[in-house]
Design a protein around this ligand. Structure first.
Ligand code: SF4
Ligand code: FES
Length: 209
């Protein structure tokens, strides 16, 4: 990789199968710690939202500046691009009791890293297929595109997420945690990229793309 040519989207770190690529300031460990902190108390009430720096995070800001109402337990986790949201981050959130997870970013064609959000789209579809295979409702993982000017859209999506969150029971969350613990090799907090052992066949959640 030519370091000087890197724009910093984080997609390569999210896709790297061996964890050889480390994103400064947005390391796996830093993001996993943020997930744990955001879900540390009453995770069943939280709407964990990954928001890209340039569009959806700014959209949330626009909603706030416009004083639009949306649920108070939305928790934003900022990355430079939605392409940085690795599969392991999503599993980590569900393992820590998240009822729902939203990945948000710039509209297709507007990503500040040209086409990085195409990778996001493919990755989310892949994770949802795995959720289905594991018996976890795939709709609990949502993907939404929000521009910096779309405060109204951001608030509307958050209200939809709140309705979705309310449809997830405590039993469903507990069952998800149990399922993911069974597949712990792939979803262990230290597994993703920092100290990753090779997942055993029984812990590999991968399905054919
Ligand atoms: S994929 Fe993104 S983070 Fe990785 S080298 Fe390219 S621009 Fe940099
Ligand atoms: S910069 Fe927003 S999705 Fe890539």
């Amino acid at each position: 990789m030519t370091t000087a040519a890197c724009a910093g989207c984080g997609t390569c770190a999210a896709e790297c199968p061996t964890g050889a690529i480390v994103m400064h300031h947005f390391t796996d460990r830093q993001i996993l710690d943020q997930i744990e902190t955001l879900l540390a108390e009453k995770p069943e009430e939280k709407i964990l939202t990954f928001a890209c720096n340039w569009c959806s995070y700014a959209g949330a800001d626009a909603a706030g500046v416009s004083r639009l109402q949306y649920p108070p337990h939305v928790r934003l986790l900022r990355t430079m691009c939605s392409g940085r949201v690795a599969e392991s981050f999503i599993w980590h959130a569900f393992r820590h009791g998240a009822p729902v997870v939203l990945v948000s970013g710039c509209h297709i064609g507007d990503c500040h890293y040209i086409n990085a959000n195409h990778w996001t789209e493919k990755r989310i579809a892949k994770v949802r297929r795995k959720m289905e295979k594991l018996g976890i409702r795939p709709e609990r993982l949502q993907l939404a595109w929000v521009s910096a000017a779309e405060g109204v859209r951001f608030a509307g999506i958050m209200n939809d997420m709140e309705r979705l969150r309310q449809s997830v029971s405590a039993e469903e969350i507990a069952e998800t945690v149990r399922i993911l613990k069974e597949h712990g090799g792939f979803t262990d907090p230290l597994t993703p990229h920092d100290t990753a052992p090779t997942p055993s066949p029984s812990s590999d959640l991968s399905v054919a793309p």
